[in-house]
Design a protein around this ligand. Sequence first.
Ligand SMILES: Nc1ncnc2c1ncn2[C@@H]1O[C@H](COP(=O)(O)OP(=O)(O)OP(=O)(O)O)[C@@H](O)[C@H]1O
Ligand SMILES: [Mg+2]
Length: 235
Amino acid sequence: MHIVVFASRKGGSGKTTLAGHLAVEAERKGAGPVALIDVDPQGSLSDWWNMRQEETPIFVSTTLARLAENVETLRTSGIKLLVIDTPPSLSKIVAEVIRLSDLVVIPTRPSPHDLRSIGATVELVEQLNKPLVFVLNSATQRARVTAESIKLLSQHGTLAPSIMHQRVDFAASMIDGRTVMELQGSKRASREVGELWEYLNQRLTGAARRPVLPALPKAVEAKRSESETSLSGAA
Ligand SMILES: Nc1ncnc2c1ncn2[C@@H]1O[C@H](COP(=O)(O)OP(=O)(O)OP(=O)(O)O)[C@@H](O)[C@H]1O
Ligand SMILES: [Mg+2]
């Protein structure tokens, strides 16, 4: 069983949105059975799951005291992927789930505030010696700040090559327990989720050891070769 944790101290970066979408996508692509755990007291992921009509992925309630035992039960009961959503903090339970994880996904919006705040999360993941991957979420196409964010994140670790753009469908689909893949006419957003899952699955199964770089606008591309050496960090 692989364990993927979505973590970021920054509120609203997309942890819950991406955790739900990735869990559903993994199940759709045959990587299941998939289980979800929400250790955020806000309970956004569990609220979403309670609205959901589909029976998969399954949802498991837990506490800090029962976490390790519950994870072991999932492992022995044949769950192939466990996706864990966390609160916007670096609390004890966040450290605990990171300790159990195979991969930590840190979603970040392309804004100076978001980018400045990822350091503390990265530090915690590195202290616990776990691989991490950044996902740029809610990006605006062709915006300068998107290109700058890609450059900056690439210099600090591994950035998933699939950028998640700002699309109202991501928010709208989750209102009634669905995902963009389950909406009619949400092809672009669905494609982004598909590409992100493909990349994360490769990371989990060891098929992509080398960092994969996202497509950059030409102006940034020229700069990339300068930062190439720092890219191997979290791969
Ligand atoms: N790519 C996107 N396009 C449009 N809206 C998005 C996108 N990603 C997230 N959102 C919206 O942004 C808000 C915050 O997202 P989400 O709840 O997933 O963040 P979070 O990191 O889990 O927040 P918190 O730290 O409070 O738990 C939600 O309203 C969500 O619907
Ligand atoms: Mg959340």
